[in-house]
Design a binder for this molecule. Structure first.
Ligand SMILES: [Zn+2]
Length: 356
């Protein structure tokens, strides 16, 4: 529920009702309610009940049901009583921490100035979020700021970032954007969503994995003396992997010390490459014809790999790698109505922690 949107009054029925008045009813003005629920007297947070009047043009979603302005009379006559707990915003977890950094040098250098933060880890996690709207390696300008709400808990997502906001310095051609971690109904893992409910992370329209936890590295990420040549999908061991393009298997299991179990499939001079697999399907051997969407094997942690993930790569006819996000089309999902209330609650919770 978006607290600030709702005009909620708690109606004290002394002298105004046919119904008996619960002794633990409270009257709060609209202003009180909008400003700070935490200013309410502590004792009414427990098992007290409220009687609500919903004013015109407003809707209140409660655990018990949705109540709209049209229901006002029902509220009055039927003495709709709800637990106040359902109106109190949840407290942010104690593990959440907030920092705001001003960029001087790189993101990592700027994080290193902040105490209590492991700059390499938090920096890498920030990059995974920022990369969808800016270049986090070369795109920062001194004076940009990044506001980060992060958690010290590893579950349900390894990525520490709970919410963030990027604010470019005045005069920059970058734009500000923000993201909030949220698990969409039906998804196995949280993703990152913008305040309007659109996903910050882009998904390939045709993906080599149908479920994954997180994209941990995109094409072009600097890695010492080279750049990352594919997209890394972190996913549980043995998650099925599919050929996107189909084609003819060129080779399997070359340079396994680095690549682990691997497959390359040729399609018209281009090829798709799958690395670090756990297993390869028996039908997948050099010369075999693979249909688009056909299973290739499963996600593994073989070769140079620190956690189960699929490295998916597209090579051009000149053998240079191509960003799969340029080669294939991609999209952003949008949260449906069934998720928006819960998402807005999460955004409001984060924004309170971020001092907004
Ligand atoms: Zn990779």
């Amino acid at each position: 529920m978006k607290y600030w949107q709702y005009i909620v009054m708690i109606f004290v029925l002394f002298g105004c009702s046919r119904d008996p008045v619960p002794e633990d009813s409270y009257f709060i003005t609209q202003n009180d309610y909008n400003n700070a629920v935490d200013e309410l007297p502590e004792e009414i947070f427990l098992e007290d009940s409220l009687i609500l009047i919903v004013l015109p043009d407003s809707t209140v979603s409660l655990d018990i049901d949705s109540v709209s302005a049209l229901d006002s009379m029902i509220v009055l006559e039927d003495s709709l009583v709800v637990e106040i707990d359902s109106l109190i915003p949840p407290e942010p977890p104690a593990e959440w921490k907030f920092i705001e950094i001003e960029i001087q040098g790189s993101l990592y250098q700027s994080l290193a100035v902040v105490s209590d933060v492991e700059p390499d880890i938090l920096g890498a996690h920030c990059v995974r979020n920022l990369v969808w709207e800016m270049n986090p390696w070369r795109g920062f300008i001194a004076g940009d700021s990044v506001r980060i709400l992060y958690t010290t808990e590893e579950l349900p997502r390894e990525n520490m970032v709970v919410a963030f906001e990027y604010i470019p310095v005045a005069g920059s051609s970058n734009h500000s954007f923000s993201g909030y971690v949220f698990t969409k109904t039906g998804d196995n893992w949280p993703s990152v969503w913008q305040p309007d409910g659109s996903e910050l992370v882009k998904l390939l329209d045709r993906s080599p994995v149908r479920t994954f936890e997180e994209i941990t590295s995109v094409f072009g990420e600097p890695r010492g003396n080279h750049t990352h040549q594919g997209v890394d999908f972190k996913a549980p061991l043995e998650t099925p992997v599919f050929s996107v393009t189909g084609g003819t298997v060129l080779r399997t299991n070359w340079n396994t010390r680095y690549n682990g179990y691997c497959v390359e499939i040729d399609f018209g001079g281009y090829s798709e490459v799958f690395l670090h697999l756990c297993s390869i399907d028996s039908a997948v051997s050099a010369g075999a014809l693979i249909e688009p969407g056909q299973s290739v094997g499963t996600v593994g942690n073989t070769g140079i790999s620190t956690a189960p993930h699929l490295h998916y790569q597209i090579n051009g006819p000149d053998d240079y790698a191509i960003d799969p996000y340029l080669y294939f089309s991609s999209h952003r999902r949008v949260l449906g109505a069934e998720d928006m209330d819960r998402f807005q609650e999460q955004v409001a919770l984060c924004q309170r922690m971020m001092g907004e």
